[in-house]
Design a protein around this ligand. Structure first.
Ligand SMILES: NC(=O)c1ccc[n+]([C@@H]2O[C@H](COP(=O)([O-])OP(=O)(O)OC[C@H]3O[C@@H](n4cnc5c(N)ncnc54)[C@H](O)[C@@H]3O)[C@@H](O)[C@H]2O)c1
Length: 448
C-alpha cells in the first residue's frame, strides 16, 4: 500500500509515526470515548469533542458516564494529556479528526444524517491544509464522498479541496467503520482488524498509519464506499441470520422442539455453519438500524433489498410474539394478562451492558401495558428509565426481593449477574426468551 508520500502527507505520516500527531475524536459516546482512550494509551495527545456540555464536564473532571469505562481510566488519560471540549475552534490544532457521531433512523425509518452533516459543518471552517478527517459512523455507501467531502470543501475558509492524487495539496479524507461488539470481552479491541478506505491513495496510507498505531491489523480497501459497504454487509449478515433463527424458533415451538438444543447440535459441524441465537427482538444502535441505511440507498439504484426487508419484518415482530407467548403462559395458569403483575427482567438490549437503545424490552413493556398488564422491571444497569427517542416509561427498577408477588417473570435480557435458579424457585411463572434458564428443570418455566 505504501506510496512515496511527499509534502504535507509525508509530514503528517512522520507525526503519526513519532506520536506527535494530535488526534481529535468528535462524539464522546460508546464508540468515540474508548477510541480516544486507546490513542491516549499510545502516547498521542487527544482531544475529545462533543456537543453535550455535561459529557465534556464529566470527562474533564475525571468521571465517566459509560459503565464499562471506569473513572480511573479517564483520570489516567487526563494525566496523559486527554481533555474534552465543546469548542470546535480547537479542530484547527488537530492533525487527525475522527468522527464518531450517531447515525439513527428518522421517524419515517430513513437514514438521519443530520449528525454527520452538523459535524461536517462545524469542522469545515476550522480545516487546514494537510489534516486528515476520518468518518467512523456507520452509514450507506457514498456518504463520505457524497456528503462529507462536499461540505468540507464548500464550507472551509481557505478554498481547500480534498487531496485526491499523489502530491496534490488540500486535506485528506477516509472512512473506517467501527466494528466493536459491546459487552464481548473475548476479543480485545486492538485485535479487531480495522478496515480503511481513503479518498485517494495518500488518505488511505495516512488513515492506515493512524489506525496501525492502535490496532494490530488494518485492512485497506479501494474506496470509502467499499469500507462503508463492508460494515453494512457484516451487520446485514447478522440481521438476516438472527431473523432466520427467530423464525425457526417459532416453528420449533409449535413442533415441540427446543431450538437452542438444535443450534448447539448444529454448531458442532466444523465448517459451513455459524451459530446465531434467537431472542425477543433486535436491539442496539447497529443491527436494527444499519440494514435500512442500505435498503434506502438501494432505492436510488432502483433496487429492492428483499433479504433486508424480510429479516426486518421477522425481527420487528418478535416482541409481539413474546407478548403472545406471555398471554398463553398466563392462560395456562388460568390468568388473563389484563390485570396481571408482570416483572420484565433486563432492560438493556443485550446482556451485561448499559445500553438501552432500540431494546426490545421497551416495545414489550409498551405492548404489555396496552393489554392492561401491571408492569415492573429490574435491571442492575438502569435504576430508572424515563423517556427516550421512541419511548416514555417513567419507571424505577424493582428489587428482586419479592418475586412471588408477580404473576409472571419475563426474562428479556439474560444478564450474567442474575441467579436464575433462585428466580425460578421464587417465581410463580417464568417466561424465558433467552434460554437463560438452560439446565434448570421446572414446570414453572416457559421457554419461548
Ligand atoms: N455503539 C456501538 O457499539 C457501535 C458499534 C459500531 C458502530 N457504531 C456506530 O458508531 C457511531 C456512533 O455510535 P455511538 O454508539 O458511539 O453513539 P453515541 O450516541 O453513544 O455517541 C455519539 C456522541 O456524539 C455526540 N454528538 C452528536 N452530534 C455531535 C456533533 N455535531 N458534534 C460533536 N458531538 C456530537 C453525542 O453527544 C454523543 O456523545 C454510529 O454511527 C453507530 O452506528 C456504534
Amino acid at each position: 500500500m505504501a506510496t512515496a508520500l511527499a509534502g504535507s502527507a509525508r509530514q503528517l505520516k512522520d507525526k503519526i509515526e513519532s506520536r506527535t500527531a494530535r488526534i481529535g475524536v468528535v462524539g464522546m459516546g460508546y464508540v468515540g470515548l474508548p477510541l480516544a482512550l486507546l490513542f491516549t494509551e499510545e502516547r498521542f495527545r487527544v482531544t475529545g469533542f462533543d456537543i453535550d456540555p455535561r459529557k465534556v464536564e464529566t470527562l474533564n473532571s475525571g468521571g465517566s458516564y459509560i459503565v464499562r469505562i471506569p473513572g480511573t481510566e479517564i483520570q489516567s488519560a487526563k494525566e496523559k494529556g486527554f481533555h474534552s471540549t465543546c469548542d470546535y475552534s480547537e479542530i484547527q490544532s488537530m492533525d487527525v479528526v475522527i468522527i464518531c457521531v450517531p447515525t439513527p433512523l428518522n421517524e419515517f425509518h430513513e437514514p438521519d444524517l443530520s449528525y454527520i452533516r452538523n459535524t461536517a459543518e462545524a469542522i469545515a471552517p476550522q480545516l487546514r491544509e494537510g489534516q486528515l478527517v476520518v468518518l467512523e459512523s456507520t452509514t450507506y455507501p457514498g456518504t463520505t464522498e457524497e456528503l462529507l467531502v462536499p461540505i468540507l470543501e464548500e464550507q472551509n475558509r481557505s478554498g481547500l479541496k480534498v487531496s485526491r492524487g499523489p502530491g496534490a495539496s488540500g486535506f485528506y479524507v477516509a472512512f473506517s467503520p467501527e466494528r466493536e461488539d459491546p459487552g464481548n470481552d473475548t476479543v480485545a479491541r486492538r485485535d479487531i482488524p480495522k478496515v480503511v478506505g481513503g479518498v485517494g491513495p495518500e488518505a488511505l496510507e495516512l488513515a492506515a498509519a493512524v489506525y496501525s498505531s492502535i490496532f494490530n491489523r488494518t485492512v485497506p480497501v479501494s474506496s470509502p464506499a467499499a469500507a462503508e459497504m463492508t460494515k453494512l454487509l457484516e451487520n446485514i449478515y447478522r440481521c438476516v441470520n438472527i431473523a432466520l433463527v427467530n423464525e425457526l424458533k417459532q416453528l420449533c415451538h409449535r413442533m415441540g422442539i427446543d431450538i437452542f438444543e438444535v443450534i448447539d447440535a448444529a454448531k458442532t459441524k466444523p465448517f459451513g455453519f455459524q451459530a446465531f441465537y434467537p431472542g425477543p427482538g433486535l436491539g442496539g444502535h447497529c443491527i436494527p438500524i444499519d440494514p435500512f441505511y442500505l435498503s434506502w440507498k438501494a432505492k436510488q439504484f432502483d433496487f429492492h433489498t428483499k433479504f433486508i426487508e424480510l429479516a426486518g419484518e421477522v425481527n420487528v415482530a418478535m416482541p409481539y410474539y413474546v407478548v403472545e407467548q406471555t398471554v398463553e403462559a398466563l392462560n395456562r395458569h388460568k390468568k388473563a394478562l389484563n390485570g396481571s403483575k408482570v416483572l420484565v427482567l433486563g432492560m438493556a438490549y443485550k446482556k451485561d451492558i448499559d445500553d438501552l437503545r432500540e431494546s426490545p424490552s421497551l416495545t414489550i413493556i409498551e405492548l404489555l401495558r396496552q393489554k392492561g398488564a401491571n408492569v415492573s422491571y429490574n435491571d442492575p444497569f438502569f435504576p430508572y428509565v424515563g423517556r427516550g427517542r421512541h419511548y416514555n416509561l417513567d419507571m424505577h427498577c424493582t428489587p428482586l426481593d419479592n418475586l412471588g408477588q408477580f404473576d409472571c417473570v419475563l426474562i428479556v435480557t439474560d444478564h450474567s449477574d442474575y441467579d436464575y435458579q433462585r428466580i425460578v424457585q421464587e417465581s410463580q411463572l417464568v417466561v424465558d426468551t433467552r434460554n437463560a434458564t438452560k439446565g434448570i428443570s421446572s414446570p414453572k418455566i416457559v421457554r419461548c
